[in-house]
Design a binder for this molecule. Structure first.
Ligand SMILES: [Zn+2]
Length: 71
């Protein structure tokens, strides 16, 4: 499944998706990893967050210490 820049929220259908860049915390097994500034899209209506390919690569790099750069 691939999520790119969204025009509408897949969860609630809102069109006010906003792109933000701020710290993101993710739990990996028993530890919590903080990514200082991760760009992602947030729906202000249902608070759902969406990550595009770039964001997923960044998350992977932080969580698993490697960058998986697949074309
Ligand atoms: Zn929504």
């Amino acid at each position: 499944m691939k999520i790119s820049t969204l025009a509408r929220c897949p969860s609630c259908g809102s069109r006010s998706i906003r792109r933000v860049r701020k710290a993101f915390r993710v739990r990996v097994g028993t530890r919590t990893v903080t990514i200082p500034d991760l760009e992602r899209e947030i729906c202000p209506e249902c608070k759902e967050e969406f990550f595009d390919r770039e964001a997923n690569i960044t998350i992977d790099a932080y969580c698993f210490g490697k960058s998986r750069k697949r074309a």
